[in-house]
Design a protein around this ligand. Structure first.
Ligand SMILES: Cc1cc2nc3c(=O)[nH]c(=O)nc-3n(C[C@H](O)[C@H](O)[C@H](O)COP(=O)(O)OP(=O)(O)OC[C@H]3O[C@@H](n4cnc5c(N)ncnc54)[C@H](O)[C@@H]3O)c2cc1C
Length: 490
């Protein structure tokens, strides 16, 4: 891909004599880390870096620094990176990484800036932001190549012109790169698989500044780890290439019940999930502002079968909803509706955790989960959002990529929309998420790495894939350049 899209890198890798980088094929150790400087580059070094870049370098005091440091969550605006490299191309990323190693800095890759734990920023780190690399190239074989800065909304807008899609998450400003590296859960998963399942190759720059283009047959261990291992590991992705699928119109539905029906809706939704055809996708919300827990189901049928799907859901629940809406949308309309329209792009603060539902939540456990959701005692509101897996997600084996949860029923996100971000409310949010984890108990088999949460064991996100993932990460980042609180050990 880089030979097509990034002429500078193509010259370097093929003409400049390091073709072995692309042809290595093995997870062999990369170049030894050079003797490190102080972690505090002199002014002259920053000046030299600035000159080398095609993109921009922002240091404290520079115009644009305070705007460049912002991520999606305003809660992180107080973080003060040492500098932000706004990369224009793969070469800039290589230069920034070489600089990082030379001066013993902590690199923080960033694409869309939506990390749940602020992993793409930090005090004293060097942010390497590929958000400006936002080209989209649609190919005659119906695949699409995108710069790592492309956001989901832009990707769908571009693909819709060709009546094609890639199954992604819903928020329009989420970075495709960050989403793909961790899996990618959304409304077309059951039909087409996870976002990462559509990935055919990518360009990734390792800590030594070299560029690799892994596929399922070339550097296959690296490619395995990049599908579910999560961002911030191994290297910095600069390009991604996906196969695409037909973009179908959707029939959307929303069903609501009263809070006294929460138990039967939770159990009935799971019952239906086991039978649901892969053209149907329906998630379950348990919403609360503390006290009453309101259940609702929102779904889409990509084959126009929503009336039949609603009948099947209602039959599994055993009670008609108190309100029901059903309507048709073009594919673009459905994507835009699930994206939340223009409100979906608005910066916001939240606190969340997740569980992967490995077995059904019934009886006492269902009651406990509902009680835990309703136990919220802070400012703002909470939701348990159950997103179904199954269908095409389960077409691959649990060890086929780093995403372990192929046979799980669903992912549940314990989500607090923060209207106050003081420490008292954050402590309450953390305690609420803990209560939800406790309530789901052994029905959970792990967590979803794209919904990282503070203090959780990293191995929880990968299950039995963890040790393989750690060993692959170590082989490509032997000096732990990408080590951080939330990264795999290098
Ligand atoms: C509002 C909102 C809605 C969401 N909806 C969904 C959803 O529907 N489905 C779903 O599956 N997930 C969803 N997510 C979670 C999202 O997938 C993850 O937060 C994802 O990591 C965000 O990627 P990003 O590029 O936007 O974030 P960033 O903060 O830029 O990056 C996230 C992580 O990846 C690393 N990283 C970023 N870019 C690169 C790169 N180019 N190379 C290597 N590492 C990199 C970062 O260092 C960080 O560790 C949502 C998140 C938010 C905030």
């Amino acid at each position: 891909m880089s030979s097509v899209h990034d002429a500078k890198i193509a010259r370097r890798t093929f003409v400049g004599g390091s073709a072995a980088v692309l042809g290595a094929g093995l997870a062999g150790p990369i170049a030894a880390r050079p003797a490190m400087a102080s972690g505090n580059p002199p002014a002259s070094a920053w000046t030299a870096l600035r000159k080398q870049l095609d993109g921009r370098l922002y240091r404290p005091g520079d115009d644009g620094y305070t705007s460049a440091l912002k991520t999606f969550d305003p809660r992180r605006d107080g973080q003060r990176p040492l500098a932000i490299v706004r990369a224009a191309n793969t070469t800039d990323v290589s230069e920034a990484l070489r600089f990082t190693v030379k001066y013993d800095l902590k690199p923080r890759p960033r694409s869309g800036g939506h990390s749940y734990v602020g992993a793409s920023t930090g005090n004293g780190v060097l942010v390497i932001d590929v958000g400006g690399m936002n080209k989209i190239v649609y190919h005659s074989d119906k695949s699409v190549s995108i710069g790592a800065g492309v956001r989901l909304g832009a990707l769908h807008t571009a693909l819709d012109k060709h009546r094609r899609t890639v199954p992604t998450g819903t928020c329009p400003t989420v970075g495709a790169a960050g989403l793909t590296l961790g899996g990618g859960i959304g409304t077309e998963n059951r039909l087409y698989g996870l976002t990462q399942d559509a990935l055919t190759t990518a360009s990734i720059v390792t800590a030594d500044g070299l560029v690799h283009n892994p596929t399922s047959s070339h550097l296959s261990d690296m490619f395995w780890a990049m599908r579910g291992g999560g961002g911030g590991n191994i290297g910095i992705v600069t390009w991604l290439r996906y196969k695409t699928y037909p973009a179908l119109p959707g029939e959307i539905f929303r069903l609501r019940w009263s809070s006294k029906d929460a138990h039967r809706v939770l159990t009935g939704w799971q019952h239906r999930l086991a039978e649901q055809p892969r053209h149907s996708w329906a998630n379950l919300h348990l919403d609360s502002s503390g006290g009453a827990v309101t259940p609702s189901i929102t779904g889409v049928c990509w084959d126009g079968s929503a009336s039949a799907e609603i009948r099947a859901i209602v039959s599994a629940i055993g009670k008609s909803p108190s309100s029901k809406q059903i309507w048709q949308e073009s594919h673009a309309g459905a994507m835009s509706w699930f994206a939340g329209g223009s409100a979906g792009s608005k910066r916001q603060s939240w606190y969340a955790g997740s569980d992967v539902v490995g077995s059904k939540i019934y009886g006492d456990r269902a009651d406990k989960v509902i009680r835990a959701v309703g136990s919220w005692d802070g400012a703002g509101s909470v939701a348990a959002i159950f997103d179904p897996l199954g269908g095409a997600v389960a077409d691959h084996s649990a060890g086929s990529t780093a995403f372990r949860w192929r046979s799980a029923l669903a992912d549940v996100q314990w989500y607090v929309g923060l209207t106050k971000t003081g420490s008292t409310n954050l402590d309450k949010a953390a305690a609420w998420v803990e209560r939800c984890h406790g309530a789901i108990g052994s029905a959970s088999v792990g967590g979803y790495v794209n919904y990282l949460e503070p203090g959780r064991e990293l191995s929880d996100y990968y299950g039995a894939n963890y040790s393989k993932l750690v060993s692959i990460n170590k082989s490509y980042d032997p000096h732990g350049v990408f080590d951080s609180r939330y990264s795999l050990p290098g």
